[in-house]
Design a protein around this ligand. Structure first.
Ligand code: ZN
Length: 464
C-alpha cells in the first residue's frame, strides 16, 4: 500500500495514513496573507481516498461557506473541474487554534496521472508572456506592446495599446480607456477577464472595429508580475499591498505603480488626450457575481454620470450585479487606484474597480448560482469591452453623449451602429434593455489563475 509523502515549502504533517494537513505559504515579506494554493500530487494508487486539510487560511469569511470547492485536473484530464461540494468541509477547528480549516476528500483513480489542486484557475506570468508574444507575432497594425518598466526582479511590466493606427498620429485628439489588472497577484479571474477584453478588441467583430476607430485602449494586464510569479495572494515581492500605494508610489519599492501612474498623469496633462476611463480588474473572495466599486462626489450631476457605465455593463453581462455595485470613499480603500486616480485625474474621467467573484454568479433566470469557468471570466471581459460602444453612442434623450461631436461626426457612427445591430451575431449578446429601467441582480462568474503560492509535491513513497 502506498503512503503519500507530502512536501510543502514550509511544513508537512501526516495524521492518519491518508489524511494530510497542508500549510499555505504566506505572501513573501507579509505573513498576513494566506489564501491561494496550487499543488500537485503524484505516485498515487488507484481507488485511494485521501483527505486534505488546509489549516492556516488567513481569512474566515470565505466562499467555501457558499459552496465553493477546490479545482482539480490531472495529466490525462487537462480541463479544470470542481470537486463536488459535498466532499468539502469548512469549519472552525479546535486542533488548529480555532482557525478555519477547509477539508476535502478526493479519490484518485489513475496511478499514472499527476493531479493538481488549486484555489482558482491559475493564470501565470509566463502564460501572459506567451499570450502577448503570440499576439505580437500576428503583426496587427492596431496592436502595440511596449515595456513600461522592469520590476524589482527584472520582469516585464507590459503596456498594450489597441487602436486604429490613425489615432497614433501625435496631432490626433484621442479619447483613452485605461485598464489595469492583477495588482493583487492571487486574483487570477482578473487576468481571464483582461484577456477576454483584449481578445474582443482585436477581433473582427464590427463593434471592436468601431471601438478601435474611436478610442485608444491602453491596457496594463499585470501590474504585479513579481507577486504573480512568486505565487503571492495579495502582495508584491517586498510585502506591499500595492493597491494601497497609489497616492505616492515609490520608484524603488513600487516601480510598476510608479510607471503606470506617471503615464496616466502624463496623458491627463496632455491637451491631445482625454482619459475617460480608468478601470482596475480584481477578483472577490467573499461576494458573488461581477460588480463595480466607484467613487462618491459632492456634485450630483457627476454622481449621476458616474453611475451610467455600471448600469450599461449590467445590461450586457448577465453575471453583473448592480446590487453588489457601490460607490464609496471608505478609509480602508484609501490609496487604491480607483480612489486615488478618481481624485487626481480630470473631473470628467470615471475610475472604477471591477470585481468578479472567485466562485459563482446568480442570474435572474437561474434558480441557483452558477460557478464561473475560465470562459465565464473571459466573457465578462468581452462584455466590458462592448459596453464602451453603448456608452459612447447616443442612446436616448436622458443619456448625454460624452463623445466629442467631431469624433463621431464625419465617421457616421450612428449609421455604423444601426448596421451592426442588424448583423450582430456575437454569441453572448444579451437582450438589450434601456439603462433607465430598474435592475435586479445579475450575476457573473469569472476566474483566472495566477501562479502557485504553495507547491506541494507528493512524490516518493515514504513511511512516517
Ligand atoms: Zn483585489
Amino acid at each position: 500500500m502506498h503512503v503519500l509523502n507530502v512536501v510543502t515549502s514550509d511544513e508537512w504533517t501526516t495524521l492518519q495514513e491518508y489524511e494530510y494537513d497542508l500549510f499555505i505559504r504566506p505572501d513573501t515579506c507579509n505573513p498576513r496573507f494566506r489564501v491561494w494554493f496550487n499543488f500537485t500530487v503524484e505516485n498515487v494508487k488507484q481507488d485511494q481516498r485521501v483527505i486534505f486539510n488546509i489549516v492556516n487560511f488567513s481569512k474566515t469569511k470565505s466562499l467555501y461557506r457558499d459552496g465553493m470547492s477546490p479545482l482539480v485536473k490531472s495529466t490525462s484530464r487537462q480541463k479544470w473541474a470542481r470537486i463536488p461540494a459535498k466532499h468539502v468541509y469548512y469549519y472552525r477547528c479546535p486542533d488548529h487554534r480555532k482557525n478555519y480549516v477547509m477539508s476535502f476528500s478526493f479519490c484518485f483513480d489513475r496511478e499514472d496521472d499527476v493531479y493538481q489542486f488549486a484555489y482558482c484557475y491559475p493564470y501565470s506570468y509566463t502564460r501572459l508572456q506567451n499570450y502577448l508574444d503570440n499576439l505580437e507575432k500576428k503583426g496587427m497594425d492596431f496592436f502595440h506592446r511596449e515595456l513600461l518598466c522592469l520590476t524589482v526582479q527584472q520582469r516585464r511590466l507590459d503596456l498594450i495599446t489597441i487602436t486604429h493606427p490613425d489615432n497614433l498620429d501625435p496631432d490626433e485628439n484621442n479619447r483613452i480607456v485605461f485598464i489595469t489588472a492583477r495588482v493583487h497577484p492571487g486574483e487570477t479571474p482578473a487576468s481571464y477577464c483582461c484577456q477576454g477584453f483584449i481578445d474582443f478588441l482585436i477581433s473582427n467583430h464590427p463593434i471592436a472595429k468601431i471601438l478601435r476607430e474611436h478610442i485608444v485602449f491602453k491596457i496594463v494586464p499585470m501590474l504585479n508580475p513579481d507577486g504573480v510569479y512568486l505565487g503571492n495572494y495579495r502582495c508584491s515581492l517586498m510585502g506591499f499591498d500595492l493597491n494601497r500605494h497609489w497616492s505616492e508610489p515609490s520608484p524603488w519599492a513600487h516601480p510598476t505603480l510608479y510607471a503606470t501612474k506617471n503615464l496616466l498623469m502624463e496623458l491627463d496633462r496632455s491637451d491631445k488626450h482625454t482619459t475617460d476611463f480608468y478601470i482596475d480588474l480584481h477578483a472577490h473572495s467573499t461576494l458573488m457575481n461581477g460588480f463595480m466599486y466607484g467613487n462618491t462626489y459632492e456634485d450630483v450631476e457627476r454622481v449621476e454620470r458616474h453611475s451610467v457605465f455600471p448600469r450599461l455593463l449590467c445590461t450586457n453581462a448577465e453575471d453583473f450585479s448592480l446590487a453588489n455595485t457601490n460607490y464609496n470613499r471608505d478609509a480602508v480603500k484609501a490609496g487604491t487606484g480607483r480612489r486615488t486616480l478618481g481624485s487626481c485625474l480630470d473631473e470628467n474621467s470615471h475610475c472604477y474597480t471591477l470585481e468578479v467573484s472567485f466562485f459563482s454568479y446568480q442570474t435572474n433566470s437561474a434558480s441557483q448560482a452558477l460557478p464561473y469557468t475560465e470562459e465565464g471570466y473571459m466573457k465578462l471581459g468581452r462584455n466590458l469591452a462592448r459596453t464602451f460602444l453603448d456608452y459612447y453612442k447616443p442612446s436616448g434623450p436622458t443619456l448625454t453623449l460624452p463623445m466629442k461631436e467631431e469624433a463621431i461626426g464625419s465617421l457616421g457612427l450612428n449609421q455604423q451602429l444601426s448596421h451592426i445591430q442588424n448583423t450582430d451575431r456575437f454569441e453572448d449578446r444579451s437582450i438589450r434593455r434601456s439603462y433607465q429601467r430598474d435592475f435586479s441582480i445579475n450575476s457573473s462568474n469569472a476566474f483566472s489563475e495566477s501562479s502557485s503560492s504553495i507547491r506541494l509535491q507528493m512524490r516518493e513513497n515514504r513511511r512516517y
